[in-house]
Every structure is written in structure tokens, then in C-alpha cells.
Ligand binder design. Structure first.
Ligand code: NAP
Length: 501
């Protein structure tokens, strides 16, 4: 057994706190940069894979792009004049994170191929264990482990018997050529819609298996010209202006209204989607198959400028009959029809309630996080769990996730967490975590507010918990921004090391 501990950590003092960051995706890289800026030099990032980038490393399917405008889906302190399009493709975003990690000195702090399996709070510090048998200790853990990172495979009879190539959208097999092939795609979420649009011209036949139709919001994706990029380089304030405008528009015109199902703006969004469907799909029968029966933005809104074109191509087919089973040569639907395929893509989403798990997290008094979360994950203000001191989640349970820039969310959370860390650095406390009272109050208010959101207006989606209640931040984004400005210290339990419970 080896120990990854740095010499500094063995003699950690309040001015020399050690941070263990789990995950080297967008939020982990951000944490490292912000810790450095705050004067904390003793940190390490543990990354299970052999490359940084999180979701952008794992999702490499054709057509992958971020549907948040690029100048908004960028760190506020590292704007990028080189974005090629309004909505950047995934490979560009991956390259952006690699570049930022290198430029900010984070890349050299990442330990690759290091999967944290256990994290325990012992004698006032966190001890972590890794799959390779090594260990480390630190004063704080920052769990930047992502949200949509455990692919959900559909429970369809015979899936394993398929003789062609089959893979999940988040595990794309680039060895498999699609040229001229009969390709089936299961699912109609954001991933499937992007995939269908990207591959339809390459494949021989495309069959989209739709269980539930999606509302599609039109989203033009113009390229930035060389002149525009030069302009951004010379005048970064132009990028700041775009960022500020997109942030304002997203906040006021989208994030804030999703949490009020009665908002008239939601009606406008709905009408825009209806018009998009009416204007884009010529065949009335196909149009009706593509028309959802729930309100727009109840499921996460899908943005696309080309999906409706793609599904109307002569080589594309929409199948709405339920899937009966998968057979050696294709997918059999309930009407008895066998859809013969060479490749089957499972764009069937993710297990969204995992967060840090399967990592085992043991808090104060041997409290097991898995047990605490047995009825579903939660965290006070989405970042701290009572009984788990000096352990913070980024983009954790109950964070704002509905079509917003998760970078913005993580930046706000980081700034907030650093203020709690400051309580320890300043000597005011050794251990800090949300109090049980604050957690219960937050959770009760959150559940009440969730009922009024559009996500609760009568559809099934990954936003809902096992009781059918939306889990995402149910208030306006303005409120989130306000809450993240400064911790209410009364909501936190501050303890001296070794103090009785
Ligand atoms: P998703 O939205 O959860 O969609 C999964 C799809 O698979 C749904 O259409 C679902 O149908 C279908 N499905 C699941 N199991 C099935 C089964 N057994 N039989 C038939 N159909 C089945 O997953 P996703 O498309 O990967 O997107 C997940 C989230 O990732 C998005 O909502 C978004 O937040 C994020 N994302 C973002 C972007 C971006 O551009 N920023 C791109 C991709 C993904 P039902 O609707 O009937 O359940």
C-alpha cells in the first residue's frame, strides 16, 4: 500500500490546509484554480480516468455539442476567443478544459487512473482510499464527481443477443463505421437528437425508437467568423458582453421561469416549440407522432436546428411502437415488426441519483452517506450534508440543472465553499458542515417549491426522484445567486476538533 500524501500534509496547520479534489472535470479543475487563487497550495485532484474533462471526455458521440452558448459555457475568468460556433462541439470543449488546466497549473496536480473508493472522516481529517490500494489524507474533500456519468442501460429483453454492434451514447465505439449501415437509436433525449442529426447523412438507414416525443426548441448555431474571433482576441470585453447578455437572457427568460409553471413566458416557450414542429414537419402523420402530450420544458428542453430535417430524410424512420425485445438481427416491436439493424445505439440516459457513489463516504460517528441518502440524495444548498464535515459537493443533489451553465453554478458554489473554508483557515472552527436543522428546513422548503415547477406538470423525466418530485433547485436562479453570495453561518455546525457531539 502506498501513500499519496505530500510532505506538507503531514504537518498540516490552519494556514496549510490540504484539499482532496475528486474528479478532474469542469468542476474539479475550477476548484483547483480557485483554491490556488485563495492561497491554498496543498491540493491534489484524483481522476479515475486517464484524461481530464469529465462529461466531455466520456461523451464523444457524433454531433455532441453543448446547448448552452459557448461564451457562457466558459469559465468567467478564462473566456475563449476561439470558439468556432455559438454552441461549441464537444471536442472543442474538451480541448478548452485541457488548455485551461495546463495554463492554470492544474494539469500537473491531477493523479490519473486513481479511482477513489472510500472516503472516511477519521480523527478530524479525511482519509481516502483508492482502487489501487493507495491512500491519502486531507482536511477537506471537494467532490466534483459530476451528475450525468453513470450510463443507464435499458432493461430490454434480449439486448445481449444482438449480433451487431451496440453501445451507449456515452460509451461511443469509434471503431464501428456507420457508413451505409442500418443504424437504430433508442431514445429521444438531447443525446439522441444530436446523434440522429449528425449521422443521418452517413448511414444507410436510420431508425429512431421513440418511447416519448420531445419538444424541440429551434436553436440556430452560426459559426464565428475569423473577423469575430480576432475581435474577441483584441477586445475580450466583447466576449464579456456576450456572456453577460446570455446569462441575463437565460436567467430571466428561462431559468427563472421554469420554477413557476404558471409563468406566461413558459407559454411563449411552448408556442415556439409548437410552431417549430408545425413549420418543420410536413407529413401530418409524422408530425402527430412527434407531438408531445405534455408541456414544453417539463422534460429538459431539447435544442436543435436540424433534428426535424434529419427525421424527414428518406433514409430515416421514426418508430413509435413499443419495443418488445432485441433479437440477433435487430429490434422487434410490439406490432410484431422486426427492424433489422447493423448497429444499435442506446441513447437511454443516465442514473442521475448517484453523485459521488459508488464511492463509500463515511462521515462523523461512522455515518454512511449511502444510508443517509437511502431515500434519495440531498444536500443543504446543494453542497453540504450534515454529519459530513469539511466535505463539499459541486453540482451536487438539488443544484440548478435545468438548461443552465453548470460552469456558472459551480463558480458560485466554489466561491461560497471557500468562505466556509475560511472559517477553518481563520481558526474560528476546525470542522464545518450544514446543521441538521438547516438541512431539514431547506429540504422541506425545496420539496414544497418543487411542486410549482414546470418539471412537475405531468411528464416523466430524469429531473424526478423516485416519488415523482423534481429534485433540481426549485427556485429562481436569482435566488441561487443570492444564496451563494455568503453563507448564513447559523446554518452551519462549527466544531473544534474532538469536541463532543
Ligand atoms: P435522457 O434525456 O434521459 O433521455 C433518455 C431517452 O432514452 C429518453 O427518450 C427515454 O425515453 C429513452 N429511454 C430510456 N430507456 C428506454 C427504454 N427502455 N426503452 C425506450 N426508450 C428508453 O438522456 P440524454 O439524452 O443522454 O440526456 C440526458 C441529459 O444530458 C440531458 O437532459 C441534458 O441535461 C444532458 N445533455 C446535454 C446535452 C447538451 O447539449 N448540453 C447533450 C446531451 C445530453 P422516455 O422519455 O420515455 O423516458
Amino acid at each position: 500500500m502506498t501513500t499519496e500524501q505530500s510532505p506538507a500534509s503531514a504537518t498540516s496547520t490552519r494556514g496549510d490546509l490540504r484539499f482532496l479534489i475528486i474528479g478532474a472535470g469542469m468542476a474539479g479543475i475550477l476548484s483547483a484554480i480557485k483554491l490556488s487563487e485563495a492561497g491554498f497550495g496543498d491540493y491534489v485532484l484524483y481522476e479515475k480516468a486517464d484524461r481530464l474533462g469529465g462529461t466531455w471526455r466520456e461523451n464523444t458521440y457524433p454531433g455532441i455539442a453543448c446547448d448552452v452558448p459557448s461564451h457562457f459555457y466558459s469559465y468567467s475568468f478564462a473566456l475563449n476567443p476561439q470558439w468556432s460556433h455559438r454552441f461549441a462541439p464537444g471536442s472543442e470543449i474538451q480541448a478548452y478544459f485541457e488548455d485551461v488546466a495546463r495554463r492554470y497549473g492544474v494539469a500537473s496536480r491531477i493523479r490519473y487512473g486513481k479511482q477513489v473508493t472510500r472516503c472516511a472522516f477519521e480523527d478530524g481529517r479525511w482519509k481516502i482510499e483508492l482502487a489501487d490500494g493507495s491512500t491519502d489524507t486531507g482536511d477537506f474533500v471537494i467532490a466534483a464527481t459530476g451528475v450525468l456519468h453513470h450510463p443507464a442501460y435499458p432493461d430490454i429483453e434480449g439486448l445481449g443477443s444482438f449480433q451487431g454492434a451496440s453501445f451507449h451514447s456515452a460509451r461511443w465505439n469509434h471503431e464501428v463505421s456507420l457508413a451505409g449501415k442500418r443504424v437504430g437509436v433508442i431514445g429521444t433525449g438531447s443525446s439522441a437528437i444530436q446523434i440522429v442529426s449528425a449521422i443521418v447523412d452517413e448511414v444507410g438507414e436510420l431508425t429512431l425508437f421513440q418511447r416519448t416525443p420531445q419538444w424541440i426548441a429551434p436553436a440556430a448555431n452560426p459559426a464565428y467568423s475569423d473577423e469575430e474571433k480576432t475581435g474577441f482576441r483584441k477586445r475580450p470585453e466583447a466576449m464579456q458582453a456576450i456572456r453577460a447578455e446570455v446569462s441575463r437572457a437565460f436567467t430571466q427568460g428561462f431559468a427563472n421561469v421554469l420554477v413557476d409553471a404558471e409563468s406566461p413566458v413558459l407559454k411563449l416557450i411552448h408556442d415556439t416549440c409548437v410552431m417549430n414542429l408545425e413549420n418543420s414537419v410536413k407529413d401530418p402523420a409524422l408530425r402527430e407522432k412527434l407531438r408531445p402530450s405534455y408541456r414544453a420544458a417539463c422534460k429538459r428542453l431539447v435544442m436543435s436546428e436540424d433534428f426535424y430535417d434529419a427525421i424527414q430524410r428518406p433514409n430515416a424512420k421514426l418508430v413509435t411502437e413499443a419495443i418488445e425485445r432485441v433479437e440477433q438481427s435487430g429490434v422487434r416491436t410490439r406490432d410484431g415488426c422486426l427492424h433489422e439493424l447493423d448497429v444499435l445505439v442506446l441513447a437511454t440516459g443516465f442514473h442521475v441519483d448517484r453523485f459521488v457513489r459508488p464511492m463509500q463516504v463515511i462521515g462523523r460517528n461512522a455515518t454512511v452517506l449511502d444510508q443517509v441518502w437511502k431515500n434519495g440524495p440531498f444536500a443543504h444548498l446543494a453542497l453540504s450534508v450534515p454529519g459530513f464535515p469539511n466535505f463539499f459537493l459541486l453540482n451536487g443533489p438539488n443544484s440548478p440543472v435545468g438548461n443552465f451553465s453548470l460552469i456558472d453554478v459551480a463558480e458560485l458554489q466554489c466561491a461560497y465553499i471557500l468562505q466556509l473554508v475560511e472559517q477553518v483557515r481563520s481558526g474560528a472552527s476546525d470542522e464545518v458542515c450544514a446543521s441538521q436543522v438547516a438541512m431539514e428546513r431547506f429540504d422541506a422548503e425545496r420539496k414544497q417549491a418543487a411542486k410549482a415547477t414546470i418539471w412537475n406538470s405531468g411528464c416523466k423525466s430524469w429531473y424526478l426522484d423516485r416519488n415523482g418530485l423534481p429534485t433540481a433547485w426549485p427556485w429562481t436562479f436569482d435566488r441561487f445567486r443570492h444564496e451563494m453570495r455568503e453563507p448564513q453561518l447559523d446554518d452551519y455546525e462549527m466544531r473544534r476538533r474532538g469536541a463532543p457531539a
